[in-house]
Design a protein around this ligand. Structure first.
Ligand code: GLV
Length: 314
């Protein structure tokens, strides 16, 4: 079994150690050490390297170093019948819960208004703090492996959580809605909106002006899904009108975010460089070991030629 790692995130001592321990006997090589005509069975990457012309005929699957696979599936270099395995790393889901939790506390204490007062040297309490956690209403879009973990985690911490997914899903502590008709009741009156949907034709542009209008005045919006979920113009309008009081943005249409983008300088925006949840060495190594086992099992769908694209986090 020949595995090529094509993402600098995996080029570290910690990844080497985890891979050696989870996948004994497997040959791992880094993309940067491979000649252009190198053959391999499994490619592990977030997106195809810019200098990759096409996958070699020897490729049996691509393991996506991320929970969302759209950056691979939208790439014309991916053959139609190539299995794509998405990463399911519980430690990554936990990091994303921590990010969302941080945002929930920021909204609870109305952090953006606190900072505005501080900059103006004004001795003034936050404009719309919500002292009681149970009174803070959070809407989580996407209840799959990550969204479900985040929604239940926030509920477990005492926030009032509703969730929305395209297909019905139950999550502990979460008032769950689904389908087209479920979106409005899921988000109406929310103080915090957390997006964890996958990007697809059903979800692109879902964070729009209509949705922002349904949120409680002073709401914060957190985008941890994909940049194409967000109508940036609508967000800017909602922020400038004050109806949305803050946005935590981890993902963007164009990454890295260009230096002249308005969001960098907006006083009600917090920007992180697509790092809300990073794949961990142990989680990645376990996923690779599982994919290798599946490739070696003739009854497994990984060798049936059907892409393993699921909508687990929709
Ligand atoms: C991150 O964006 C991921 O898809 O895991």
């Amino acid at each position: 079994m020949r595995v090529v790692l094509a993402d600098p995130l995996a080029y570290s001592e910690a990844f080497d150690t985890a891979l050696r321990s989870a996948c004994p006997g497997v040959e791992f090589r880094r993309w940067t050490d491979c000649a252009p005509d190198t053959d391999y069975d499994l490619l592990v990457t977030w997106a195809f390297p810019p200098d990759m012309a096409k996958l070699p005929a020897s490729t049996r699957a691509v393991l996506c170093l991320g929970a969302g696979t759209d950056q691979l599936t939208s790439d014309p270099r991916l053959p139609d019948d190539m299995p794509v395995v998405r990463l399911r790393d519980p430690a990554q889901a936990q990091q994303i819960l921590d990010y969302a939790m941080h945002a929930a506390f920021a909204r609870q204490q109305d952090d953006f208004s606190v900072r505005r007062s501080q900059r103006a040297r004004r001795w003034q309490r936050a404009v719309s703090e919500i002292r009681d956690r149970g009174a803070l209403s959070v809407a989580v879009l996407g209840l799959g492996m990550i969204g479900g973990h985040v929604a239940s985690g926030l509920a477990g911490a005492g926030f009032r959580v509703s969730g929305w997914s395209r297909t019905p899903r139950e999550r502990v502590g979460v008032t769950a809605f689904h389908g087209e008709g479920g979106l409005v009741p899921a988000v109406t009156g929310a103080d915090l909106l957390v997006n964890l949907l996958p990007s697809n034709q059903h979800t692109r542009g879902i964070l729009d002006g209509r949705l922002f209008g349904l949120l409680a005045p002073g709401a914060y919006v957190v985008n941890l899904g994909r940049g194409d979920h967000l109508d940036e113009t609508a967000l800017r309008q909602a922020l400038d009108s004050g109806h949305v009081a803050g946005a935590w943005l981890d993902v963007f249409l164009q990454e890295p975010l260009p230096a002249d983008h308005w969001a960098w300088a907006h006083e009600s925006v917090r920007i992180t460089p697509h790092c809300g949840g990073l794949p961990t060495p142990e989680g990645t190594a376990a996923a690779i070991a599982e994919a290798i086992k599946a490739l070696d099992d003739p009854r497994n769908p990984l060798v049936s030629g059907k892409p393993l694209l699921d909508s687990q986090n929709s």
